[in-house]
Design a protein. Structure first.
Length: 178
């Protein structure tokens, strides 16, 4: 059974810029820049029929391309930080694409996502990182903001059941209209 999710790829130039932040935090397991992405909808382990139905429903999405930008770094987990990430600036285009991915998942019989959606690009998984060290790291790297980048497609990724961070394989790509 493939483990599937849909995502927006991060442009190489932006991934290289983000990779410069990969130092100075004990307990961080840094994600390879080739695996940076913005998840739209996590599907999980599904059978072949569900994967086929989901892929077909994704192919029916007809939305325009849009611009995104990253703004700032943060962490998930509060007193027990578990991930370091780049925040995504609010975007109507992104929200429309996320909702369309949710509809495609429902059409394929995938249960609703139980968590609230928070658009982000994971930079590191944290194990044993002290909350004060994470706070110092976030203060030290400053406030990061990217230039806008065009989102002209989204992809369906598969991954192996692992701790996270890839490797990811593009199973299908879905262009957005110009």
């Amino acid at each position: 059974m493939p483990r599937l999710f849909t995502a927006i790829e991060i442009p190489t130039s932006l991934a290289q810029r983000l990779s410069l932040l990969r130092a100075g935090l004990s307990g961080a397991r840094w994600i390879d820049p080739d695996n940076y992405h913005l998840t739209l909808r996590f599907i999980g382990d599904v059978d072949g029929i569900t994967a086929r139905d989901f892929t077909h429903a994704l192919g029916e999405i007809d939305l325009p391309s849009f611009d995104l930008r990253l703004e700032g770094l943060d962490s998930f987990g509060g007193r027990k930080p578990r991930a370091l990430f780049a925040r995504v600036a609010p975007s109507e285009g992104l929200e429309a694409l996320r909702r369309a991915n949710d509809r495609a998942a429902r059409e394929a019989g995938v249960p609703p996502e139980g968590r609230n959606y928070m658009p982000h690009v994971t930079l590191a998984r944290l194990r044993g990182a002290h909350p004060d060290a994470v706070a110092r790291y976030l203060e030290g790297v400053g406030w990061m903001q990217s230039q806008p980048f065009a989102v002209e497609r989204f992809v369906l990724y598969s991954s192996r059941n692992s701790i996270g961070g890839g490797p990811y394989v593009i199973e299908a790509e879905f262009p957005l209209s110009a």
